[in-house]
Write a protein that binds this ligand. Structure first.
Ligand code: DI6
Ligand code: FE
Length: 396
C-alpha cells in the first residue's frame, strides 16, 4: 500500500531553484518514490495521507567524504596546532595520520564499531541516510580489512547506507619512511586486492600531497584500481597544488576532494571529465587554512560541487552535515542552494550513486522532513537541527 506525504513544500533538487514545488506530495511504495508533484493523480486521491502541515521535504542528506572509523583521538595535536605547529609539522613529527594509525591498529573490530557509532548517530540525527567511509588508518593488510569490515557492519546496525572507499594510500606508514613505492607494491596494492575479494571496496581513494604520495605513485594505485574495475577518487590540492586534480580527471575519477589549491585549468579538467569537486570546509576551518577552493572557477567551468564533513580525528573532527553546509556558505561563499545540492544530488554523483540525491519517481525513498518553510534555512542556522522526520527506503 503506497504511503503518501502531503501538504509539503518539496525541494526536489530536479532543475533550477531547488526544484521547488509548493503544496506538493510524495508517494512512496516498497522503498521507492513512485510519484512526486503538486497535482496528485486520481489513483491516489482516496488513499490515506500523512499531512506534513506545510513542512519542507528534501532528499535525505548524503555525507560523501568521511573517515568515520578510527581508533583514539587527536585532542593533544589540536593543542599543539593551537600553539603554532602546522598540520604538516605535526605529521613530520610522527603525529597526524600516523598517530591515528597506531591507535587504530590497537583497536579490534568491535572497538572500531563502538567508537564510530556515536558519530554515525550524530550524522543520522540530522537526516543523513548515506555515508561514505574510508579506510586508511590501518596501512597494513589486517587493519585496513578490519576498518572496512567495521564500516560495513555499521549498515547492519543502523538504518543507513554505507559506501566504502579503500584509502591504503593515505600516508606512508612506519617502516616505509622514504620508501613510498615499496609500500605501494608490498602492502597497498595487495591489500586492495584482498579487500576487493571480500567485497569491502566500493571505490579507491588516495592522498596526493607533499606529505603523502606523488602523482606517479597515485597513478599506479589508479591503474591497479582500473584492473579491478573499481572507480577512483582523490584527496587533491589540499595543502598545495601537486597535479592530483588533473591526474584524477584523466582517470575519470568520481570526485576530487579538498581542492583548495586547485586552479582554473584544474576546474576545466574536472568539468570535461564530469568529476565532482568535493569541498570540505571542516578541514579548512580546523587547519586555519586561508586559501579557499576556487568556487568561482568551478562555477564558470560548470563543475558540480559537493560538500561533506571529512569527519576524521585530525583535520576535521566534525559530525554535522548541516554545519558543513553553513561553513560552505560562510567560508566558501556557496549559495544555500549549492550547499543543499552539495549534500544531495552532487554528493550522490561523487559516490557514483544514481538512485538517490533527488526527489523523483524511481529513486529510493530517502527523504527528510524539516520544520522549516524554505530550504535556505537549512544552511543558515548554526548548531540547530530542524529535522522533523527521516525516511530511509520509505521507513521512518
Ligand atoms: N586529508 C585530510 O584532511 C584527512 N586525510 C587527508 O588525506 C585528514 C586525516 C587525519 O588528519 O587524520
Ligand atoms: Fe579526507
Amino acid at each position: 500500500m503506497p504511503q503518501i506525504l502531503s501538504n509539503a513544500t518539496l525541494a526536489t533538487m530536479v532543475g533550477a531553484d531547488y526544484g521547488l514545488i509548493a503544496q506538493g506530495s510524495v508517494v512512496m511504495d516498497q522503498g521507492q518514490i513512485i510519484w512526486a508533484g503538486a497535482d496528485m493523480p486520481a489513483q491516489y486521491a482516496d488513499m490515506p495521507v500523512d499531512d506534513m502541515q506545510g513542512r519542507l521535504i528534501t532528499p535525505a542528506l548524503i555525507d560523501c567524504h568521511t573517515h568515520l572509523v578510527y581508533g583514539g583521538n587527536r585532542a593533544r595535536e589540536f593543542e599543539m596546532r593551537l600553539q603554532g605547529a602546522s598540520y604538516a609539522d605535526v605529521a613530520r613529527a610522527g603525529g597526524g595520520i600516523v598517530a591515528t594509525v597506531t591507535a587504530t591498529r590497537q583497536a579490534d573490530e568491535q572497538a572500531l564499531i563502538a567508537s564510530a557509532l556515536p558519530r554515525l548517530d550524530a550524522l543520522m540525527a540530522e537526516g543523513v541516510t548515506t555515508v561514505e567511509v574510508k579506510s586508511g588508518y590501518g596501512l597494513d593488510l589486517e587493519t585496513e580489512l578490519r576498518m572496512l569490515r567495521a564500516a560495513r557492519a555499521l549498515a547492519r546496525l543502523r538504518p543507513v547506507r554505507i559506501v566504502t572507499s579503500f584509502l591504503g594510500a593515505h600516508a606512508v606508514p612506519k617502516g616505509f619512511e622514504g620508501n613510498a613505492d615499496d609500500y605501494i607494491d608490498a602492502i597497498c596494492i595487495p591489500t586492495m586486492h584482498a579487500a576487493h575479494a571480500e567485497g569491502l571496496v566500493d571505490a579507491v581513494d588516495g592522498f596526493c600531497e607533499g606529505i603523502a604520495f606523488d602523482i606517479k605513485q597515485i597513478e599506479r594505485i589508479f591503474e591497479a584500481s582500473h584492473e579491478l574495475n573499481l572507480p577512483v577518487k582523490l584527496h587533491a590540492e589540499q595543502l598545495s597544488n601537486t597535479g592530483g586534480t588533473q591526474l584524477a580527471a584523466r582517470h575519470g575519477a568520481l570526485s576530487v576532494d579538498h581542492v583548495e589549491y586547485a586552479d582554473e585549468q584544474d576546474a576545466r579538467a574536472l568539468a570535461k571529465a564530469g568529476t565532482v569537486a568535493v569541498l570540505l570546509p571542516g578541514a579548512y576551518y580546523t587547519l586555519h587554512e586561508t586559501q579557499a577552493p576556487p568556487v568561482d572557477a568551478f562555477r564558470a567551468a560548470g563543475v558540480d560541487m559537493a560538500l561533506a564533513t571529512d569527519c576524521n580525528p585530525g583535520s576535521s573532527p566534525m559530525a554535522s552535515v548541516l554545519l558543513a553546509m553553513n561553513m560552505g556558505c560562510t567560508l566558501f561563499r556557496l549559495t544555500p542552494e549549492e550547499a543543499l545540492r552539495g549534500v544531495t544530488q552532487h554528493a550522490a554523483k561523487a559516490l557514483g550513486l544514481k538512485d538517490c540525491g533527488q526527489i523523483a519517481a524511481g529513486l529510493r525513498a530517502d527523504l527528510c522532513v524539516w520544520d522549516v518553510a524554505h530550504p535556505a534555512e537549512l544552511a543558515y542556522r548554526i548548531g540547530f537541527n530542524p529535522l522533523h522526520k527521516r525516511y530511509f527506503g520509505g521507513l521512518s
